[in-house]
Ligand binder design. Structure first.
Ligand code: FE
Ligand code: FE
Ligand code: ZN
Length: 305
């Protein structure tokens, strides 16, 4: 059985319980959440999140809590130029790791950081220092921080496997770090994720070790290989394509690893209003069946008439 889901929201009055319900509505057996809005640091108190109810429902419906993935907000930049902002980022990430633990999840995905023209060297140094603080602050926790492979947009650190390896080697407790492999990002960074996934994994294995991969982000890409853009696309509508993505999803080396879709919602403009519909139920179904429907976006729009 493939382990696949999507990112889901955790707002509304049901919070984590609502996330589980949303995941189940797509026939997912894993899912990813932000503990609050990805672009700010306001967070709801833990006792409001319906954690217990969510776990009861997961148990009934056979979702393993170990397969819940949390994503840290993008505003966290451990490589910030300003030391106070770096400290703030480390403090906030500490809180997010604690929330991940309280939710009962085992990993939190992190964009390593952006060096903002300080250069990769200094960027990596700051990221390592920040991670050491966070790991030290949460030393009783077994939550791992999954460094995401980045597209290399702007001054993002983590575009190459070598950069991620240097971060992992730099921290005092590398056993707390894993990797989130994003298919769109590695493709945009110049890796042949589409043409030669096994070759890319071989390279990853040589540099980092493929058993570090704890989650995949499965996204098609709007851009050509090496474009350094990071613009996700729906399955088969982008440059990677359905077959190459399904190859990753069903790969026998990673059957136990959660695969999370972060493909864009489908837009439909009626009269003056623009509406958005999640594509995940259809995308997951196509991965499970292996049958690609090139008209699935049109079908989703039609169903909404
Ligand atoms: Fe991400
Ligand atoms: Fe991603
Ligand atoms: Zn992305």
């Amino acid at each position: 059985m493939i382990k696949i889901g999507s990112h889901v929201s955790m707002n509304g009055s049901d919070y984590l319980l609502g996330s589980v319900k949303e995941a189940l509505s797509y026939n997912s057996n894993t899912f990813m959440i932000y503990t609050g809005a990805p672009q700010n640091t306001r967070r709801q108190s833990l006792d409001k999140l319906k954690i217990k109810e969510a776990h009861e429902l997961m148990k009934q419906r056979n979702i393993n809590p170990d397969d819940i993935v949390v994503h840290a907000p993008y505003i966290i930049n451990l490589a910030n130029k300003n030391p106070e902002k770096r400290q703030f980022a480390a403090d906030f990430l500490t809180e997010e790791v604690k929330r991940t633990d309280a939710i009962g999840a085992k990993q939190i995905v992190l964009h390593p950081g952006a060096h903002v023209r300080q250069g990769v060297e200094l960027g990596i140094k700051h990221i390592v220092e920040g991670l050491n603080k966070v790991i030290e602050n949460t030393k009783d926790s077994d939550v791992s921080i999954a460094l995401e492979t980045m597209a290399g947009k702007g001054t993002e650190v983590g575009r190459t496997f070598e950069e991620l390896k240097r971060i992992i080697d730099g921290v005092v407790h590398p056993e707390r770090l894993t990797v989130c492999f994003d298919t769109c990002h590695t493709h945009d960074a110049g890796y042949k994720t589409k043409e030669d996934f096994d070759g890319v994994i071989e390279e990853f294995d040589r540099i980092i070790g493929k058993d570090r991969i704890s989650v995949f982000h499965i996204n098609d890409s709007k851009n050509i290989i090496g474009a350094s853009k990071d613009r996700h696309e729906n399955l088969g509508y982008g440059q990677i394509g359905f077959d190459a993505l399904r190859y990753v999803v069903i790969h026998e080396d990673f059957t136990h690893i959660p695969k999370i879709l972060e493909t864009p919602h489908i837009t439909k403009t009626d009269e003056t209003k623009k509406r958005l519909y999640p594509p995940y139920k259809e995308e997951i179904e196509m991965f499970r069946s292996g049958i690609y429907n090139p008209k699935f976006r049109d079908n989703i729009r039609k169903q909404q008439q």
